[in-house]
Design a protein around this ligand. Structure first.
Ligand code: EPU
Length: 284
């Protein structure tokens, strides 16, 4: 247990209050450990890469759980990859590429852990992780047990899955198409270049704040309203991509929330569209 951990240091937005962090080193002991927390009335949340969460400030009423990455977190057998949920998503894409397994090039620059990508069905440039998934090993709060879910037991939709809130991803089995490393690398380079030219990669953000509404682009709508650089405190609409909201200094959670609500209201007023958050909000 690490005490007094500041979540602003563990999230890509650089926002979030203080709590204790519990590192779950062995999958086997997770059910008993979490049963103890439950019996003691201690609330918990699983933090993956911290790249898609907005966390409230101050003393947090929950501890955060963390899965450490291990040396043996990834392995390939034929067209199948076995990857720990704690692994870095980009690391997984390049590891598979080196074994001549492709299909995930678009995911290369998506920050975060494999577990977070599974939960959100992360995607970019026409690629989503969901279609490659064959099995997910998951701790289920509902049963208090570790279970193996097959792909036909999981629904992967646009930035949404059927995993329950209390599910903790542990490991995934993926099936990937064979492709020569050089070809995969070329695809990765194209995606990296597109991302570099259109997204604020060196600023603190949680990626896109809103989901795209069906048939429309949240970024384009916000841009059309002239809201790039619009800010509340140190929370600002990126001048590079209008669906990225960046922390340009020491933005608080309420700065970011107010900016999100303000922009949502303006888009509703102008386009009659209700934007849904893509970023996950951890309130009290
Ligand atoms: N656009 C603007 N102004 C902007 C931003 C975008 O006019 O400020 C226009 C672009 O020119 C383009 C259209 O809007 O014509 C779509 O923009 P883009 O290609 O950047 O894609 P997006 O729909 O805004 C989605 C994902 C991104 C992903 C990119 C690339 C969502 C919410 N966002 O963005 O994912 O990286 O496609 O595939 O689905 C994320 O999930 O956090 C994320 C960043």
């Amino acid at each position: 247990m690490r005490s007094d951990v500041q979540l602003e240091n563990l999230t890509s937005l650089g926002i979030g209050g203080m709590t204790d962090q519990l590192v779950l080193r062995r999958f086997k002991t997770i059910p008993d450990t979490l049963a103890l927390l439950k019996d003691a009335g201690i609330a918990y949340r699983m933090l993956g890469g911290g790249t898609n969460v907005l966390v409230v400030d101050g003393e947090l009423p929950f501890v955060v759980l963390h899965l450490p990455t291990s040396q043996n977190g990834m392995r390939v057998e034929g067209n199948t990859a076995y990857v720990d949920a704690a692994a870095d998503l980009g690391g997984m894409v390049t590891f598979c590429a080196k074994h001549d397994l492709g299909g995930m090039e678009g995911l290369i620059g998506v920050p975060g852990s494999v577990g977070g990508a599974l939960r959100m069905n992360a995607g970019a440039y026409g690629t989503q992780i969901g279609p490659h998934v064959r099995e997910v090993e998951v701790y289920r709060e509902a049963s208090g047990r570790i279970e193996m879910l097959r792909d036909d037991q999981i629904r992967f939709d646009y930035r949404h899955t059927s995993f329950a809130g209390g599910d903790i991803m542990l490991r995934v089995k993926l099936e990937l198409p064979s492709k020569p490393y050089k070809e995969i690398l070329a695809g990765i380079r194209v995606c990296n270049e597109k991302r570099r030219s259109s997204q604020p990669l060196n600023q603190k953000s949680a990626g896109c704040i809103f989901k795209n509404p069906p048939g429309a682009s949240a970024g384009r709508m916000i841009d059309e309203l002239g809201l790039k650089r619009h800010r509340v405190g140190d929370a600002m609409v990126s001048d590079r991509h209008a669906n990225f909201f960046v922390n340009v200094g020491s933005a608080t959670c309420s700065d970011m929330m107010n900016l999100i609500d303000d922009v949502r209201g303006r888009v509703r007023g102008a386009f009659g569209v209700e934007l849904e958050n893509e970023v996950i909000f951890w309130r009290n």
